[in-house]
Design a protein. Structure first.
Length: 478
């Protein structure tokens, strides 16, 4: 007979059984895996699963939300009765071998009535007067991008300012000294209404209502190659209305360069308000940073070559594209392959594994991965405009170029004519150009032209310029 209990004090799931001690026990999810500590033997045994994990050398944090499965060698777990507990870091429900991990929100707040009450309270809340900043990056799935770099500069120059970070759950690591607020919780609603300044890199959601004196800095999350917002293919009146409604919530829009400024202003009908063209704060680290710490956290040796595969998402599929066999690529190029899915593929997908393959889709700060990588493999992702700050090689794997350009999204310019690296359509072609030492020289002129247009302001001081503006305008306290 097997039993299960949740040790709330130790934040552990403990499975106990009789008979021979099992050889292995694992709690396996799509983005995290915990190996149990197995004790006992002979008549009885126990398998204890920590409900916290350290990933990529980071702090020990609660497991990411999602579905998990208990797998214990030779043990039938179907007799485990359903139970649920709300712990400080997460909410856990067990049903036989199935485990559901959810954010630590009281279920009463997730009923239709509970959510409506929180939203109505937020709408009625008087706010916008707390010396605080509310940060959100990619809908709370990470604490990175431009908001993170701005957070670091605010910490340096306005240390008395409270910093709230919106997160989907407490598995998302936030910067030191910041306060994580779980989306949909009472604390999240209160912080979003109370903070004087909001710094976000995507749309505001959940019936945002501006409070008295409250300001919104929209940093956005990339210089666009693919068409967006009002420029997307097809006429959709509801989408157009939503775009205009959203952009009217922003007080300031941040652009990496003049090219992006022109496109973003028109794509979001952002007229009559300022666009700050100051370079991208998230790229400061590519000029000033040292990759050693990030390499060590990822378990990569100082002399190992690193390829970063970072494709964008597709409107017609929920998971990362399967154009690369990362384990085979690692073998063919004698490199460590980092696989970085788009934020939109984080929840639907699962980590890829293999010898010398590290899935870093859940890694919070893409810039640190760019700093580590010796070369980038991408397609239509805006990461190409960031990685070019480094001057290191880029390769474009685009087997669906005609479909993507002609039907899914469309481009603002012809990538084939201007790309600072070769376009290829298969893994064999990719391996050939990655191993070809003459590629950088052949694309040197294109690369230099690209950097002049897109990276002229990425000088390592973009966050400093942005925060200086915020202080001068009184959006922050000195």
């Amino acid at each position: 007979m097997t039993t299960a209990r949740i040790d709330e004090d130790a934040e552990r799931l403990v499975i106990a059984g009789t008979g021979a001690r099992p050889a292995s026990a694992v709690l396996a999810g799509s983005r995290a895996r915990v190996d149990a500590r197995i004790t006992g033997g002979g008549r009885t045994w126990k398998a204890a699963f920590d409900l916290r994990a350290s990933r990529w050398g980071g702090p020990s944090l609660p497991l990411p939300s999602g579905e998990y499965r208990i797998e214990i060698d030779g043990v039938d777990l179907s007799g485990i009765e359903e139970q649920s507990r709300l712990l400080p870091g997460l909410r856990i429900t067990i049903r036989g071998s199935q485990v559901d991990v959810a954010p630590p929100i009281d279920p009463v707040h997730e009923t239709p009535e509970g959510m409506a009450a929180l939203e109505e309270g937020y709408v009625a809340q008087q706010g916008g007067d707390e010396d605080a900043v509310f940060f959100e990056s990619f809908y709370g799935q990470s604490a990175g991008c431009n908001p993170r770099a701005i957070d670091a500069e605010i910490t340096r120059r306005s240390p008395g300012t409270t910093r709230y970070w919106s997160v989907v759950d407490l598995s998302v690591p936030v910067p030191d000294g910041a306060i994580a607020v779980v989306e949909g919780s009472p604390e999240w609603w209160r912080a979003r209404g109370a903070a004087r300044l909001l710094v976000v890199n995507d749309w505001l959601r959940r019936r945002f209502v501006r409070k008295t004196g409250q300001k919104v800095l929209q940093t956005w999350h990339g210089t666009p190659l693919k068409r967006l917002a009002l420029h997307r293919p097809g006429f959709d009146p509801r989408r157009m209305a939503a775009v205009v409604k959203e952009s009217r919530r922003w007080d300031v829009l941040l652009a990496q360069n003049l090219y992006a400024e022109r496109i973003l202003r028109k794509a979001y009908a952002f007229f009559g308000k300022p666009v700050w063209t100051d370079g991208y704060p998230r790229n400061d680290v590519l000029v000033t940073g040292n990759p050693a710490a990030a390499r060590a956290g990822l378990g990569i040796g100082p002399d190992e070559r690193v390829l970063l595969y970072a494709p964008t998402w597709r409107d017609d599929r929920s998971e990362i594209v399967d154009f690369v066999d990362p384990e085979l690529l690692a073998e063919q190029t004698d490199a460590v392959v980092l696989v970085r899915g788009h934020s939109r593929t984080l929840r639907p997908g699962r980590d890829q594994a293999g010898a010398r393959v590290i899935d870093v889709t859940g890694f919070s700060d893409t810039a640190r991965l760019l700093l580590v990588a010796d070369a980038l493999i991408t397609d239509y992702s805006s990461v190409m405009f960031d990685y070019s700050v480094t001057g290191k090689p880029m390769f474009f794997l685009v087997p669906d170029l005609e479909h993507y350009r002609g039907q899914l999204r469309g481009f603002y310019f012809d990538l084939a004519e201007r790309a600072p690296g070769p376009l290829v359509t298969s893994q064999d072609e990719l391996v050939a150009v990655v191993l070809d030492e003459g590629v950088p020289a052949r694309f040197a002129d294109r690369y230099a032209s690209w950097r002049r247009q897109f990276n002229g302001l990425d000088d390592g001081r973009a966050a400093e310029r942005v925060v200086s503006r915020l202080l001068d305008l009184g959006y922050l306290s000195a």
